[in-house]
Design a protein. Structure first.
Length: 228
């Protein structure tokens, strides 16, 4: 009797070989206590915990900063969020996720955690216009995982940990340093640099000259001579 070759004999092995590899998502190790990485893993993503210098999640070269409502408000008060937003600029594609609008009211017309609603509105506008960072509001951690899942599937390319930094020229670097002082925006930084020419001259300038040029904002430079 003639032998017939079973074309289905290696079906399982063929499927395994041809199956697409899992999409990798890098997660900051401080997110281990959060439910989001576990939810992403259950959605068939390859989760790798790392110490991310910038953001909480990195997928397809897109960096994501995740904030609960309380964390957002507290980091807004402490000015920590401003530093984080500046760091996010090192990535071409970035997102800010504010999580928990289903569980907690973000703000009302009264003060939220000591912050007036209009201050929060103004800060959100600043995130969009000054820091060019899109903001997404999610219901809860499950909703956050779904957003990241959809984002990850848009491009099935493994993310790189080495971020491509935007090359800043010398003037932009100088401006960036002056802007790092609380309350000093781009216009004020440019005004100071045009007037005093160098960062050293700004730091060493008499308080009266600084105050004459930029008003009360000049008080922040008094920190330079303070003892820790």
């Amino acid at each position: 009797m003639e032998n017939f070759y079973n074309i289905f004999s290696n079906k399982k092995n063929t499927i395994k070989k041809n199956s697409k590899p899992k999409i990798k998502i890098f997660v900051d190790y401080r997110e281990k206590n959060c439910l989001v990485p576990s939810l992403l893993k259950s959605l068939n993503f390859d989760i790798e915990f790392k110490e991310l210098k910038i953001g909480d999640y990195l997928v397809n070269n897109i960096v994501i900063e995740r904030k609960s409502i309380d964390d957002f408000l507290q980091s807004m008060i402490s000015n920590r969020l401003v530093k984080q937003l500046k760091n996010l600029q090192k990535y071409k594609d970035r997102l800010l996720l504010i999580e928990g609008i289903e569980e907690q009211e973000f703000y009302n017309d009264e003060k939220s955690n000591g912050i007036h609603a209009n201050s929060i509105r103004g800060f959100l506008i600043s995130i969009a216009l000054k820091y060019k960072t899109p903001t997404i509001f999610t219901k809860n951690q499950k909703d956050t995982a779904k957003f990241i899942s959809i984002l990850a599937k848009r491009k099935e390319k493994e993310s790189k940990l080495n971020v491509t930094k935007k090359a800043l020229n010398k003037k932009e670097q100088m401006q960036f340093i002056i802007e790092s002082f609380p309350g000093i925006g781009p216009k004020t930084a440019k005004k100071l640099l045009k007037n005093f020419k160098t960062i050293k001259n700004i730091i060493n300038a008499p308080p009266k000259e600084l105050k004459k040029l930029i008003g009360k904002k000049a008080e922040i430079f008094e920190l330079v001579n303070q003892t820790y």
